[in-house]
Design a protein around this ligand. Structure first.
Ligand SMILES: Cc1cc2nc3c(=O)[nH]c(=O)nc-3n(C[C@H](O)[C@H](O)[C@H](O)COP(=O)(O)O)c2cc1C
Length: 186
């Protein structure tokens, strides 16, 4: 059977984003159980309700990519204790126009990294509230990862063994959640 397809959204448009590196490392941890497809959000125009009746092509592409995904992994930095504007913009486009939201019923896993010890705890809490409100089914637990020296090895894997085991547990539980909700498994 084909592996489940996971859409990966990185909540940063920064070229050297540590969250993109983290997302790639997570995709490697999940590679035996699903295919990770990175979905662009940095090219989406600023949400404007005036354009809902004639969606920009980038928005159509984004919504299609989420619609066809079996699950969504959101890896995001925290900006001013909440979600970066580029991510909120994508969430809003995904939810609109009314009746065409791509979020309901999607299994999701939210995580993120920053330099701070509790970095991303608040954005994750905010984002959970938003995505649960939009009907996603989210993986439980808290995966806050401090971006310290040695987090990644030279191949882009999680370098620290304890952190790697911790995150492997999340990816395994996420694939179980996706399987339960979609019936698809590797
Ligand atoms: C506008 C802005 C606000 C930020 N606010 C927070 C914050 O609230 N908490 C935090 O841990 N880091 C904060 N940071 C620092 C980010 O964690 C850091 O820039 C990180 O590298 C962003 O992730 P990225 O590399 O994936 O873009 C902020 C950075 C910016 C640019």
């Amino acid at each position: 059977m084909a592996k489940p397809q996971i859409a990966v959204i990185v909540g940063s448009n920064r070229r050297e984003s540590i969250n993109r590196r983290y997302a790639k490392a997570l995709a490697k941890l999940g590679a035996a159980k699903f295919d990770a497809n990175f979905v662009r959000i940095d090219d989406l125009p600023m949400f404007n309700q005036d354009n809902e009746s004639n969606l920009p092509p980038e928005v159509v592409r984004f919504k299609d990519e989420i619609k066809k995904a079996d699950g969504v992994l959101i890896v995001t930095p925290e900006h001013d204790r909440s979600m970066p504007a580029v991510l909120k913009n994508a969430v809003d486009w995904g939810a609109r126009p009314f009746g065409t939201s791509v979020w309901p019923g999607k299994p999701g896993f939210i995580t993120g990294t920053s330099g701070g010890a509790i970095g991303t705890a608040l954005v994750q809490a905010h984002l959970r509230t938003v995505m649960l409100g939009l009907g996603m089914t989210l993986l439980g637990g808290e995966a806050y990862v401090t971006n310290k020296q040695g987090l990644f090895d030279e191949e882009g894997n999680i370098g620290d063994e304890t952190t790697q085991k911790f995150l492997q547990g999340f990816m395994d539980r996420f694939s179980t959640l996706v399987e339960k909700l979609t019936g698809k498994s590797a």
